[in-house]
Ligand binder design. Structure first.
Ligand SMILES: [Zn+2]
Length: 472
């Protein structure tokens, strides 16, 4: 049987799309497509520099406004590395310059601090921190009550240690009070040590983590439109961000065998669901497969190559490829309610933590370029899709970058047809010129082939090479 057309351009220019995995039907009706992006114009206001480092609870002078930290990455030679040293700064995307010991790693090892005590929080400056979400989706109690999950021994020991210092005690006391108050059950009287140790363990054991980047605004920003987003990081910093997030993801799987899926996502700006305008990702361990995987599963059983055939090959035949490098490929997605760029890893390893460092760097570079081309004014959702823990069928690591610009409501409920004001071709034509400009300015990794520079050979994804490969 012939495969359906997933992208269909009608005579008047209307573009009808069908999502090959979810079946979602999306139309971009001719004449409605070129409306301005639904991004609210915001009159920039001068930044109050006296609040530097403390604009929000994710900022670097407010480490104790969020739960006890799980991990942090510190820049290898301090954030002022380039200014303080005569050697050249790491060039765009190429990582650290090669030293006398040979070629540099694509992602140099920055000092990693695990389970920092409250009295040590300000001893180093974190480029990226991993902290438990104060208001977690699935709590430690959920896993304990429903599965008999026990707090891992090192986290239990750390909870005791944390509360044994005056700083740690005060920190947990304040957060627990804030949390209980927000949940409309303000605490009665002071907390016992045991209660604080238990609360620390609950934070550390929940499986809902936040990865927070250091900057709120870009360096030397003057007004509040100059937020520091994923695309304003240097390519080298963004590689660290992605690898650190992958390490957090596999850690959640390893620590909780009842977790069947770890969802990784990044909401940027309030219209996209972010509570704070400070760059962060979230990781949530859940005891179910994501709906995306369930929808793809049946087709995947029949044809393991569907991600080549229905996604990347199809996009290439339709001239929707936006960019690629040796390790990843990105195209304007079809059949999405919001304009979506899809990014696929070419690796033989289905799971991101089994990728070679160069493969992680390749995904990170392309994702960084897509964020940079999007800019920080457009609200976005970055969604990672990976194989669930108990799935043997391999799927490629893929990331959807959704632009949360306005869509029309009302029509969808009755018809299940969604209207999207930017069709895949319009999305491609918005992103591609920005990528060329960013590359000319040296602001994205250099080894990216843009639009027609991409080879677009069939079957660039190699995930099926590893059928049955274990998760760890
Ligand atoms: Zn902030």
């Amino acid at each position: 049987m012939r495969e359906p057309e997933y992208v269909d351009i009608m005579a008047d220019g209307t573009v009808k799309q069908l999502n090959p995995f979810t079946g979602t039907e999306v139309w971009t009706v001719a004449g409605r497509g070129n409306r301005p992006l639904g991004v609210k114009e915001h009159q920039p206001e001068a930044i109050d520099q006296s609040r530097a480092g403390a604009y929000c609870v994710f900022c670097e002078r407010r480490y104790t406004d969020t739960p006890p930290e799980k991990a942090r990455l510190v820049a290898s030679s301090g954030p002022d590395w380039a200014a303080d040293h005569a050697e050249p700064a790491p060039s765009g995307g190429a990582g650290e310059p090669a030293g006398p010991s040979g070629p540099a790693s694509p992602i140099p090892d920055w000092p990693l601090h695990l389970l920092t005590g409250a009295d040590d929080l300000y001893r180093t400056r974190a480029e990226f921190r991993r902290i438990p979400n104060l208001f977690e989706i699935l709590s430690f109690d959920y896993w304990q009550a429903n599965y008999g999950y026990q707090l891992p021994a090192d986290l239990a020991a750390h909870s005791r240690r944390y509360v044994s210092t005056a700083e740690g005690r005060a920190h947990v006391e304040r957060l627990l009070t804030a949390k209980l108050t927000a949940m409309a059950s303000p605490p009665q009287g002071p907390f016992s040590d045991e209660r604080l140790i238990e609360a620390t363990g609950s934070f550390l054991g929940s499986g809902h983590d936040v990865i927070v980047a250091r900057r709120h605004f870009t360096d030397n920003a003057l007004d509040d439109s100059q937020l520091a987003g994923a695309g304003t990081l240097s390519p080298a910093e963004h590689r660290q961000f992605i690898r650190f997030s992958i390490e957090a993801m596999v850690d959640l799987y390893r620590r909780n065998r009842y977790a069947r899926y770890v969802s990784v996502f990044q909401n940027w700006l309030k219209p996209a669901g972010a509570s704070l305008d400070h760059l962060h990702k979230q990781l949530v361990a859940i005891d179910a497969h994501g709906a995306q995987y369930e929808l793809a599963l049946e087709a995947l059983r029949e044809n393991p190559e569907i991600f080549n055939e229905r996604a990347v090959n199809y996009a290439a035949y339709k001239n929707l490829v936006i960019a690629e490098n040796d390790f990843a490929v990105a195209f304007a997605g079809f059949g999405h309610r919001y304009p979506t760029v899809e990014l696929f890893s070419k690796s033989e390893a289905p799971d991101p933590w089994n990728h070679e460092p160069a493969e992680v760097a390749g995904m990170a570079d392309l994702l960084h370029a897509l964020h940079a081309a999007t800019g920080t004014a457009i609200p976005t959702n970055e969604e990672w899709h990976t194989r669930p823990a108990d799935a043997k069928l391999p799927t490629p690591w893929r990331i959807m970058l959704k632009w949360r610009v306005s869509t029309l409501a009302g029509f969808e409920g009755a018809t299940k047809i969604y209207l999207n004001t930017i069709d895949p071709y319009a999305l491609r034509d918005l992103v591609v010129p920005k990528l060329f400009a960013l590359r000319a300015e040296g602001r994205i990794a250099p080894a990216i082939r843009i639009a027609t520079e991409a080879s677009c050979r069939p079957n660039p994804l190699h995930y099926t090479a590893n059928r049955g490969a274990p998760l760890f």
